[in-house]
Design a protein around this ligand. Structure first.
Ligand code: HEC
Ligand code: HEC
Length: 379
């Protein structure tokens, strides 16, 4: 770190280029991606998952590219120029306005950069873990059980709250430091320029290694595109259900959709099949042999045997009389964002008509990628 000698070393007053173009594009690109990911994660319902995945993946791609640039970029983009130091950060905080001005990141800002980058990487990893466990998609689908889905998405959510808090601190810091140094720091992240003053702390110039960076970053782009593609693919197939599924559809899907056997635990199917004569106000009695065959098949493929989110959700279902899933707390919590009127639309009829909104309902998946709530048809 050098001090600019007074009088000033000849660089024009209208600004010294501090933030190179890549760093600026990275910064504002990250603002856009992270805001989109936060809004789609916190405020929009699960059917926006694709937007969430794409914005989140782009944020990770940007952070990774920035990391490459941190080792290959020009002077103030290099991590070595602003290695975080807790001691320096504290002394910067204490020094107040008396502190010499840093042309690059000041020690507090440096700490902030690393915290933000680390949190975003953490969000990427826990996001991939939630996707893999809960939704059985993406690179971790095969290695994490659906029963861990809930815990991963909680950790992911906590990390997102932490990121929000640090973003607020970061904006607060920029406002304070801008006032303290009487220079609009947000603007310098747009045009890249900062006014150079006597006594400022600068770093010896280092050229960017553009060819090396380009090589790394194009590799990254290829990997990132592949990863985004893989994540939005349909989940792993559920275990095959065999030809009995046809008999089941014939006998049990006359009045409603064929509910996948993995939606209920074995005991629940047993109970339902024992009480077919009073089946939700209907008589659905079957010849004994067919009924027994279907029962055996339903029990064999029940919730306990399947690693999927819906199976995990309802595997603990306890009943004395058969309950429709929309009457369970779990179902109501998942569908809390839908207005009551939605379910009376002629295209939907009933809450139990899962297939109306979940295109993959018959497969047992209920993936958020496959949700689309039909509109009321025009007269
Ligand atoms: C005569 C018509 C009829 C037949 C046949 C019938 N059901 Fe039903 N079932 C209903 C009605 C009505 C409901 C209440 C849900 C609704 O409003 O759609 C229902 C509800 C269900 C539910 C609960 C849905 C939920 O939301 O969780 C399951 C599971 C079910 N039936 C399974 C079966 C099985 C298995 C068979 C074949 C043995 C069968 N049904 C045959 C009329 C029928
Ligand atoms: C009117 C349309 C509609 C009907 C009918 C419906 N759902 Fe949903 N379901 C949704 C919407 C929309 C969401 C996302 C809600 C949110 O995230 O706030 C959802 C979410 C879910 C989820 C969580 C998906 C995830 O991974 O986040 C499950 C599981 C689910 N529904 C199961 C069912 C079952 C089982 C039925 C039938 C018994 C059913 N749904 C009927 C619209 C519907």
């Amino acid at each position: 770190m050098r001090e600019v000698p007074a009088p000033f070393d000849g660089l024009a007053y209208d600004g010294h280029l501090v933030w190179d173009r890549f760093t600026r594009v990275f910064h504002w690109g990250l603002v856009a991606c992270v805001s989109t990911a936060l809004v789609s994660g916190f405020l929009l319902d699960a059917s926006w998952i694709r937007l969430h995945l794409v914005s989140g993946s782009l944020a990770i791609a940007l952070v990774t590219a920035r990391t490459v640039w941190g080792f290959t970029g020009p002077t103030y983009a290099r991590f070595s120029q602003f290695l975080p130091s807790y001691r320096q950060a504290i002394s910067h905080l204490r020094a107040g306005a008396a502190h010499a001005r840093h042309i690059g990141h000041n020690p507090l800002a440096a700490l902030m950069v690393f915290v933000l980058l680390t949190l975003i990487v953490g969000l990427g990893l826990t996001g991939v873990a939630s996707l893999g466990s809960g939704l059985k998609s993406g690179p971790m689908a095969a290695s994490l059980p659906a029963s861990q889905g809930h815990i991963w998405s909680k950790i992911h959510e906590l990390a997102a709250f932490a990121l929000l808090s640090f973003i607020a601190l970061h904006i607060g810091g920029v406002v304070l430091e801008s006032r303290r140094s009487r220079e609009n720091l947000a603007r310098s992240m747009i045009n890249g320029r900062k006014e150079m003053r006597a006594g400022d702390l600068t770093a010896p110039p280092r050229p960017a290694q553009r060819a090396l960076a380009a090589l790394f970053i194009s590799g990254l782009v290829i990997i990132a595109t592949g990863a985004i593609n893989r994540m939005s693919q349909s989940p792993l197939p559920l275990p095959p259900v065999g030809s009995m599924a046809l008999v089941y559809s014939d006998e049990c899907a006359a009045c409603h959709m064929a509910y996948h056997p993995s939606l209920r635990p074995a005991a629940s199917w047993q109970l339902m099949m024992d009480k077919l004569d009073s089946h939700f106000g209907e008589d659905a009695t079957l010849p004994k042999e067919t009924g027994d065959e279907i029962t055996v098949w339903l029990v064999k493929h029940s919730a306990e045997t399947v690693d999927s989110k819906p199976a995990t959700l309802w595997t603990g279902l306890q009943e004395t009389l058969p309950v429709a899933l929309p009457n369970t707390d779990i179902w109501q919590r998942l569908h809390g964002s839908l207005a009551d009127g939605t379910f009376t639309r002629r295209t939907i009829h009933s809450r139990s008509n899962c297939f109306a909104c979940h295109r993959d309902a018959e497969s047992g998946w209920f993936s958020p990628f496959q949700i689309s709530v039909p509109k009321e048809p025009k007269q």
